[in-house]
Design a protein around this ligand. Structure first.
Ligand code: FAD
Length: 334
């Protein structure tokens, strides 16, 4: 069981900066994110877009902001569970909480901060017969650790950047990579598409165009992928893993089940400290709602600073908090 003062659900920009504010008050944080990488919407949706409204930065690239935030919180040594979604929250007799992820990881904490943005990014699942039966038994919707696919037969499906990028990357790791795409051209970056066509020509990968995966099969573990072309020709490819990459869409998911006051898929908070209706649980960033709310990164940063002052009383009930500037507190807290 992971032990921490504060468990932050969501490692987007707001969750990351909250670690800094907690660290100044000597509170330790563990972050959980359903995505395999940190950065929330910035890394997942618009890593190369410039952002113009971060104070002190006339322009900053989204991924650079995430990298900077990671550097800023480094002194506070946060720990991370990535690629896992928080499913349940249980309050203990002493008012602390135990959170459990979909993969069984348990986190024990005194305070929960929900910085879950638009919700958990869930994979768009294609209509393939028996797809869900083989989830975790060969079917995966994201690549958490490429080493998992070393010397394996991989079938990828999709026509966007993720499908192209992972085809290129895994071709050096896997025994064989097959990319199945329903079109003839790709939506992803032209450079990547060109590389994939070239690799297929050189025989480094198998490229199956104008085709759909219709069914998968195996014996408790995935063994084969059935493909049908738009002209109706059927074929079967041996596969250890199928990775359908048809994008992600955010869903509030299990957060709706935790007894929180939800208003139009967002969590209602008290703006004096961004606390929710459940004592010890706070909500900051895009996930919360209140009169005048603006879904901006800088507003989430502000909310994190205010809420950590309030969280202090749950983590250190016997201590009095006196506000200090960073020059006084320093950042080498641990
Ligand atoms: P997010 O960035 O959404 O991160 C939340 C994280 O929580 C996600 O990674 C998600 O996987 C995770 N999560 C959710 N539920 C769970 C769960 N149950 N278990 C585990 N993990 C979970 N804002 C600006 O200020 N300036 C801009 O220029 C700007 N441009 C934008 C451009 C675009 C195209 C978009 C889409 C948004 C833009 N925004 C901009 C808005 C900005 O991205 C958001 O305000 C910001 O990302 C909110 O940060 P967050 O940390 O609250 O949430």
């Amino acid at each position: 069981m992971i032990q921490t003062d504060i468990c932050i659900i969501g490692a987007g920009p707001v969750g990351l900066f909250a670690v800094f504010e907690a660290g100044l008050l000597k509170m330790r944080c563990h972050l959980v994110d359903a995505l395999p990488q940190i950065g929330g919407q910035l890394s997942e949706i618009y890593p190369q877009k410039p952002i113009y409204d971060i104070p002190g930065f006339p322009s900053i690239n989204a991924q650079e902001l995430v990298d900077n935030l990671m550097k800023q919180i480094e002194p506070f040594k946060p720990s991370f569970t990535l690629g896992e979604r928080v499913e349940t929250v249980n309050r203990q007799e002493d008012k602390s909480f135990i959170l459990r992820t979909n993969e069984g990881t348990e986190i024990h904490c005194k305070v929960i901060v929900i910085a879950a943005g638009l919700g958990s990014f869930e994979p768009r699942k294609p209509a393939i017969e028996k797809l869900e039966e083989f989830e975790g038994k060969g079917v995966a919707y994201m690549v958490k650790n490429p080493e998992h696919f070393r010397n394996k037969k991989i079938v990828l499906a999709g026509g966007g950047d993720s499908a192209l990028d992972w085809t290129i990357f895994l071709s050096d790791v896997a025994e064989r990579v097959t990319l199945v795409h329903r079109g003839e051209t790709f939506r992803g970056a032209p450079d990547s598409a060109e590389k994939v066509f070239e690799m297929a020509k050189e025989g480094k990968i198998d490229l199956v165009l104008k085709s759909n995966i219709t069914k998968i099969d195996g014996n408790g573990q995935l063994k084969e992928v059935h493909i049908t072309s738009t002209e109706g020709a059927a074929s079967v490819v041996a596969a250890d893993h199928l990775i359908p990459l048809f994008g992600l869409s955010p869903k509030l998911g299990p957060i709706a089940e935790w007894g929180l006051q939800i208003d139009k898929s967002q969590i209602a908070v008290d703006t004096t400290d961004y606390s929710t209706n459940v004592e010890g649980i706070y909500a900051i960033g895009d996930i919360n709602t209140y009169t005048g709310k603006l879904k901006l990164i800088l507003c989430g940063f502000h909310e994190g600073a205010i809420m950590m002052q309030s969280a202090f009383k749950h983590v250190f009930p016997d201590q009095r908090l006196s506000f200090k500037y960073t020059t006084v507190n320093g950042v080498n807290a641990f």
